[in-house]
Design a protein. Structure first.
Lengths: 488, 1038
């Protein structure tokens, strides 16, 4: 009240021609922080660095859409019913007028903006001790690694596989600083240029990142795997080999043993995980409480589970001859509660069982990098480089971890890809693995009668325009410089 | 004021008297028999006069036996009474509303109606007093030209949707500013949105003296940065000088649905429609029935599975309408007291109202009290104060396709084959009927759900007026408007939404919001007349501060059945608090000059500074000029038939502030990652952000002719520039939009009002009023040339109206009964056609040609290959709307009716995807009646396409099949009132007594399949439709 009267007195001053009354009108928000004061200490910087990951694990990104585009778009998982949530992706029925799958483009640029803001600000912060200097280096490395991941993902989602045309197709718009709306109207760079940015960012990140485990955050090893993965996609097998071998041989991570494999999926940041996103509340992945997630839609053991996604017959039959494979144990036959109606019995995938200590089965940490991936990437690169014994060792290590009765095989690229097919269901790899190697995905109802998209036989390879996502038509109207992908 | 002045005059001129005969008498009012004080009684042709006292009595000395006395009083018709030698005169005055130059409440003051050159409509308390409503807004429907009023829901206490002269804003809303007794008030819905509430429901309509709706710049621009959507001035009742009267009023009413919403197919028809859907599905998918012997067997199995036959051995079946809904009972009791003398006056009231909705969980209760008083301290200083306090308690349920909306569940799922709410054991049926349907029995949810809002509101105002001289006064007002809203939402332990999933659950959250608005206004008023010249001026300043605080606490997973408080929860749900402040500083002034009661000129100015804008842009100037020519007062226009005539015009500016309190700043939002904090930039700074600016002009002619016709014709144009829009920006910035001032929009329209006093005789009074308005709205520009913004089902595009519909264009069905839609590919003028094109009119263009104009390809396609088009001519804007009213009085009986109508607009029925799906959804659903006429091999000339189970081509998907003409005519309010004869009433020592019957939404004429009174956007999503209410009331005065 006192202040109010005081303010009125000031206001009276206005009438009399005095000029200063701005105090009354200078209000600041209490539920957010004015940008200038949001990152002034190293503690602030740590909090801002965490802000690099929250969007990445959102359902429109790694939380669901990347797995959808990697598994449902391929031949690992399909919607149980027509009209399911993942329908558009399963049918590759993308259109520039649909905005929902363009949200990934928007999401990655949001994270790139965060990383660019962070990199610009972190350099202005003073450090008062060597610990603080080390922390500053590590945080800066994280920002570069996150940006590298964003450009790599933009290239593989919106551009054709690098090896199809050596990166000549359109990729992302490469930006390394914060831009205003008027500066942001830039045409797309090529896939090769986008890869180059991702490569240089990850190389920069490796200079600064700590090698210590840092759950939920990029460290040296996670960035190294990213470097190896980019190299593998690009056909730079030597670098793919070196990077992944370094992780396998020198990092503090380990293959989870066979008898812990199923339990691993409920563990938070087990040593198998080189990098996973931290989901601590049902609403972290989608604000609706996880009901949009792939985890909800794959789940079947609760009456309020999504029950809308199934592993394909093709994937299930990968284990036809290896009944002892622990991954086959993830396939569960389940009668619907209403009793068996002909044609309605289902085989489900019980892989993502929910974080230990989490509230529901919807709460799963999306895995970005597992050490298994480093083994298999190293094996694949080794095959290309003719390092047969290394390739055999790494591939057989993964095979025997899954099936203790497995016999050793001689590694080939195809065998490595088959192993990846078995291993990474629901983790968003399959489609990209097939496309980057110039393979094909075949769907046919004669192979699987549940495959309703296969009513007419579908063969999807890297010449199909639908394997890259369209640029939003709306985005093009505000920003015509942004080129559409061919075929849309 | 005026009475006081007359009194003074009367006292001064009572001078010399001639002694002949002494005459005494009493002056009373014909209206209610109450004594009329301060009436002047003059012996005709002399200066001999007297003034009636508080009891209406007077004494006149020296009156000749054959003299005539002239009796006059403000507000009454002057009459002449011959003395005829009588010593006692009983004089009855009848009220006169015409002779008195009506005074109306306007921005920062009052004016005589005749001298006002702005555009404003006044709604008097007569229109409000008996209407069976708890809040005044709905009564305005059809009453004021240019004002569209619609309810957002039929639940008691729901927010009204009012738009004054069209739609002036994209982002900042179209709600008017509310001003109560001169002070800008908090309005809108401050609850959490689980039920619609309005902060205005605190006001008891009986406490309202009048409502003035300010429409043009001349009327509203003194409210500056908040005036663009018009202003609603509410004036509460003041004490009347004279005898203290007290009035008690009681009414009881009953409500039910006003309209037959969504007629449904009968049970047999529904089964047949399901059968058709599965038959057609089986025809298309032979694989599906491989394991059955025949297609017919498969269809029979599917129909049984999806629309199961009744199983009387297991369930009790009843009429769901009966189970879910009730007749809502409303009650209202109020008591008020009014009185005053020379030194002061007071009005006080208390009231209790309770209105039930149509389900047992809809309910609105209110306790309200008002005290308005003023006192004259001395000849310089007057003081006054208002206190209004009310408590409202509102319960309701969620709406709009929500599974907590019993209305949606009833219309969409529940039918004769859905088992009754109780099992034969008598237990509530709690399980989900089928695991594939998330709907649960709504009946048990009634007791296990908490969804309510309580609002406490206290308005306090104090003012002081200093009269320096007859022509210069100053007035200062300080007010506090405190609104405390506490709403609760919870599903209790055992709620079917949990038990259906096999867990008892429990969820409860409490939200507390405090809004404190302090306003201080100081005005200096000048008013002086020199001969034919009259000059008045006002200068003032105002400071306003709003403080808002919100606290939320919630927990889930209860551990005790019957727990209603979150303390029983075992897990925390989001709990937090935050606050916000806003400041507004203003200086304002006005200047009016008139000459000879013929020429009027007024200018107003306001300068506002707002905390919602950056320091560089926060100050804005708003002004208006207006003038009028009262030609009926010209000598050369002195015709008998012309009672009053005025030409007026105005031009001026006003503004709208961004809704975002800190939209100009770049800020970081804070969240959580892992168990640590996470922050990130969440808004792009825009220090150029400023108000939306309005430029308005208005011309009008008002006339009263032949003593009976009052006519007003008005034309206006309102151009809004710097529209606030979440302008899309390249997502490479990291953001997809930023709040910016881009775009322009124009509203223009005609308003007509005609009132005819058809009959005015001793026992009879009959008058009829009609009004009609038309508004055209056009978007002049958006942020980018050719830019469109779509928000289902609308599009914003240059050259189109604000509520232009945008969806697939349904072209009927093909020879197989499959729906066809326009392709919808858009080509800009001059663009090379990338496909063969058929235009809407059938013209064919070949691929490779240049588009002769902007065009859509209308080639028929199936649903997957069709896109939305601008549905030319289909908007939510009516071609015309308004109302008419009839007031009839015969002796002590009066009858009033108020109708409202609207035509030419389209409404979007969002329930189409539930009820007219051509088979998309089958499980146990009801089907809209009209779907019965669906295509089949034997009915190829049907209204609807072929039904197919899971149909991904048909009515489930958006198209203009969701659109319907919304024309309607509705009897909004009607009242029959009988005033019990005074001779009888007086025996009971009452001064007045009246009984009445009043109704709301009594009759509706419309071709629509849903209640036609829908929010102004035209969007209807299965919410509770309006209620028809009839009340019986009694009013007695002492």
């Amino acid at each position: 009240m006192k202040r109010f009267i005081y303010n009125i007195a000031i206001a009276a001053g206005v009438l009399l021609g005095a000029s200063s009354c701005e105090g009354f009108l200078d209000k600041v928000p209490t539920d957010s922080v004015v940008a200038e004061s949001a990152m002034v200490t190293m503690d602030d910087a740590k909090v801002a660095a965490n802000g690099l990951y929250t969007e990445l694990m959102y359902y429109s990104m790694y939380g669901t859409h990347i797995p959808y585009l990697g598994d449902v778009r391929a031949d690992n998982i399909y919607p149980k019913d027509m009209g399911g949530t993942a329908n558009t992706i399963y049918l590759l029925d993308f259109s520039p007028t649909q905005t929902n799958y363009f949200s990934m483009w928007q999401g990655f640029y949001n994270i790139i903006m965060r990383a660019n803001t962070f990199i610009a600000n972190i350099n202005t912060l003073e450090t008062s001790s060597t610990e603080e200097a080390a922390l500053r280096d590590d945080l800066m490395g994280q920002a570069y690694a996150v940006r590298s991941l964003c450009y790599f993902d933009l290239a593989r989602l919106y551009g054709y596989p690098y090896l199809k045309d050596n990166g000549a197709s359109l990729g992302a718009v490469v930006l390394t600083s914060v831009v205003s709306p008027s500066e942001a109207r830039l045409p797309r760079n090529t896939v090769a240029e986008t890869y180059a940015q991702a490569e240089s960012d990850v190389a920069e990140a490796l200079k600064y990142l700590s090698r210590a485990k840092n759950n939920g955050h990029f460290n040296y090893w996670a960035a190294k795997m990213l470097q190896g993965k980019i190299a593998l996609y690009k056909g730079n097998y030597q670098l793919a080999y070196d990077a992944n071998v370094e992780v396998v041989e020198n990092s503090p991570y380990r293959l989870v043993p066979n008898d812990e494999y199923l339990a691993y999926w409920s563990r938070v940041c087990d040593d198998e995980s080189v990098m996973e996103f931290l989901v601590t509340a049902d609403g972290d992945i989608d604000s609706d409480g996880g009901f949009y997630t792939i985890y909800h839609n794959l789940w079947f053991e609760a009456s309020n589970a999504g029950k809308s996604l199934l592993p394909t017959k093709k994937w299930r039959e990968l284990f036809k001859d290896t009944p002892n494979d622990v991954r086959a144990e993830m396939i569960k036959y389940h009668d619907p509660e209403t009793g068996v109606i002909p044609g309605q019995e289902f085989y489900w995938l019980k892989k993502f069982v929910g974080n230990e200590g989490g509230t529901t089965f919807r709460q799963n940490n999306p895995r970005l990098f597992r050490i298994t991936d480093a083994y298999l990437m190293a094996a694949e690169a080794a095959c290309h480089l003719g390092k047969q014994s290394v390739a055999d060792n790494y591939l057989n290590a993964v095979r025997k971890r899954a099936d203790v009765t497995a016999q050793d095989v001689t590694a080939t690229v195809d065998l490595v890809l088959t192993e990846r097919h078995k291993e990474f269901i629901g983790e968003g790899h399959r489609f990209f693995d097939v496309m980057r190697t110039g393979g094909t995905i075949v769907r046919d109802q004669s192979i699987d009668e549940r495959d309703y998209a296969g009513a007419t036989r579908q063969v999807i390879d890297w010449n199909d325009h639908r394997i890259v996502l369209p640029i939003s038509a709306t985005e093009q109207t505000i920003y015509p410089e942004l080129q559409q992908n061919p075929g849309y | 004021m005026k009475r006081l002045f007359l009194l003074a005059l009367a006292i001064l001129t009572t001078g010399v008297m001639f002694a002949q005969t002494k005459v005494t008498g009493k002056v009373t009012s014909a209206e209610d028999g109450s004594p009329v004080s301060f009436a002047s009684i003059v012996v005709k042709g002399t200066t001999n006069m007297a003034t009636s006292g508080d009891n209406g009595e007077f004494v006149l000395n020296n009156v000749a036996n054959d003299a005539t006395v002239v009796v006059s009083s403000i507000g009454f018709k002057t009459i002449e009474v011959p003395v005829n030698g009588k010593a006692y005169l009983e004089i009855i005055l009848s009220p006169d509303t015409e002779a008195l130059e009506e005074v109306m409440v306007v921005a920062y003051g009052t004016v005589k109606k005749g001298s006002y050159s702005g555009s404003a409509t006044v709604v008097k308390d007569d229109a409000l007093k008996d209407a069976p409503v708890m809040s005044f807004e709905s009564v305005l429907s059809g009453k004021a030209p240019g004002v569209q009023v619609a309810a957002s829901s039929g639940q008691p206490g729901a927010q009204a949707d009012i738009s004054i002269r069209g739609f002036g804003s994209f982002n900042a809303g179209n709600a008017p500013l509310y001003v109560i007794d001169g002070v800008p008030a908090t309005s809108g819905d401050w609850s959490s949105g689980n039920i619609s509430t309005t902060a205005m429901s605190f006001l008891n309509p009986s406490d309202i003296e009048s409502i003035t709706i300010l429409k043009d710049a001349a009327a509203a621009s003194l409210y500056g940065s908040r005036a663009s959507n018009g202003v609603i001035l509410i004036t509460t009742k003041k004490g009347q000088r004279g005898k203290v009267t007290s009035t008690f009023k009681a009414s009881v009413g009953v409500s039910y649905f006003a309209y037959d919403n969504y007629p449904l197919a009968s049970d047999a028809e529904t089964e047949e429609l399901h059968r058709q859907a599965w038959y057609h599905y089986g025809q298309n998918n032979p694989n599906a029935w491989k394991s059955y012997n025949t297609l017919e067997d498969y269809v029979a199995a599917k129909v049984e599975q999806n629309y199961p036959s009744r199983d009387e051995s297991k369930y009790i079946y009843k009429d769901w309408e009966d189970v879910l809904f009730r007749k809502g009972i409303s009650q209202n009791y109020e008591y008020n007291i009014s009185g005053g003398g020379e030194k002061g006056r007071i009005y006080a009231s208390v009231a209790y109202s309770d209105q039930q909705g149509l389900t047992s969980i809809e309910n609105l209760q209110r306790v309200s009290t008002t005290i308005n008083g003023e006192a004259t301290l001395n000849k310089f200083i007057k003081l006054g104060g208002n206190l209004q306090y009310s408590w409202t308690f509102q319960e309701g349920h969620q709406e709009d396709h929500s599974k907590d909306d019993p209305y949606t569940i009833w219309k969409v799922y529940l039918n004769e084959r859905w088992p009754y709410a109780y099992k034969e054991t008598g237990d509530l049926y709690m399980e989900r009927w089928n695991p594939t349907v998330s709907t649960v029995n709504p009946v048990p949810t009634y007791d296990m759900q908490i969804n309510d809002a309580r609002q406490n509101r206290l308005l306090l105002k104090g003012w002081m007026e200093v009269k320096f001289t007859e022509w210069l006064t100053a007035k200062t007002t300080i007010s506090s408007d405190w609104l405390y809203v506490h709403d609760r939402f919870g599903w209790l332990y055992g709620h079917p939404n949990f038990t259906a999933y096999g867990e008892p659950g429990g969820y409860m959250s409490d939200r507390h919001r405090n809004v404190n608005r302090m306003v201080s206004t100081t005005q200096l008023n000048f008013d002086k007349t020199w001969g034919d010249h009259h000059l008045s001026a006002m200068a003032g300043w105002e400071a306003e501060e709003e403080k808002y605080r919100m606290t939320r606490a919630g927990k889930t997973s209860f551990s005790y059945a019957g727990a209603t408080e979150s303390i029983f929860g075992t897990e925390y749900d989001s709990s937090y608090s935050w606050s916000r402040e806003e400041g507004l500083l203003s200086v304002l002034g006005s200047l009016s000059y008139d000459f000879g009661a013929r020429y009027y000129l007024t200018g107003t100015y306001r300068r506002d500074g707002s905390s919602r804008l950056a320091p560089e842009t926060r100050w804005g100037d708003f002004w208006s000029v207006s003038g009028s020519w009262r030609f009926s007062n010209e000598k050369f226009m002195d015709f008998d038939w012309l009672n009053d005539g005025k030409l007026r015009g105005s031009y001026g500016t006003s503004g709208t502030l961004p809704t975002d309190y800190f939209g100009y700043m770049s800020v970081y939002d804070y969240g959580v990652y892992g168990n640590e904090g996470a922050s990130y930039p969440s808004n792009l700074a825009n220090s150029d952000l400023t108000w939306e600016k309005n430029k308005n002009w208005n011309v009008a002619i008002d006339a009263t002719i032949f003593d009976r016709y009052t006519l007003s014709v008005e034309y206006f144009e309102k151009k809004t520039t710097d529209l606030l829009l979440d302008a899309k920006i390249p997502s490479t910035t990291g953001f997809t939009s930023t709040l910016s001032n881009v775009g322009a929009m124009k509203n223009r329209g005609w308003e007509l009002a005609l009132n005819v006093d058809i009959l005015k005789k001793n026992d009879w009074d009959l008058s009829v009023g009609v009004n009609w308005s038309k508004i055209d709205n056009e978007i002049l520009s958006l942020s980018e040339e050719g830019e469109t913004q779509t928000s289902r089902p609308y599009i914003w595009k240059q050259g189109y109206a604000f509520y232009q519909y945008y969806s697939r264009d349904y072209l009927g069905y093909d020879e197989n009964g499959m729906p066809q839609y326009a392709d919808g590919s858009f080509f800009k003028k001059g663009a090379t056609l990338t496909e063969d094109v058929i235009l809407k009119d059938g013209t064919k263009l070949a691929k490779g040609e240049k588009a002769p104009h902007d065009l859509y390809n209308y080639t028929p396609r199936n649903r997957n290959n069709s896109n939305s088009v601008i549905l030319e001519g289909k908007t939510a804007l009516p071609d015309g709307y308004g109302g008419f009213n009839v007031d009839l009085r015969w002796k002590d009986l009066s009858f009033t009716m108020a109708w409202s109508y609207k035509y030419g607009h389209y409404i979007w029925d969002d329930g189409t995807d539930d009820l007219y799906t051509d088979g998309y959804r089958e499980f146990h659903r009801n089907i809209g009646k009209s779907q019965v006429d669906a295509w089949s091999e034997t009915n190829k000339d049907a209204a609807f396409p072929k039904r197919i189970a899971g149909n991904n081509q048909g009515g489930y998907y958006d198209s203009d099949r969701f659109l319907h003409r919304g024309d309607y005519l509705r009897l909004k309010n009607a009242t029959i009132s009988y005033t019990i004869p005074r001779t009888f009433v007086n025996k009971l020592s009452l001064s007045n007594a009246r009984v009445y019957v009043a109704g709301a939404n009594l009759l509706t004429f419309s071709k629509l399949h849903i209640d036609p009174e829908i929010q102004n956007s035209g969007f209807y999503s299965l919410g509770m439709p309006s209620m028809r209410t009839v009340t019986f009331g009694l009013e007695v005065s002492f």
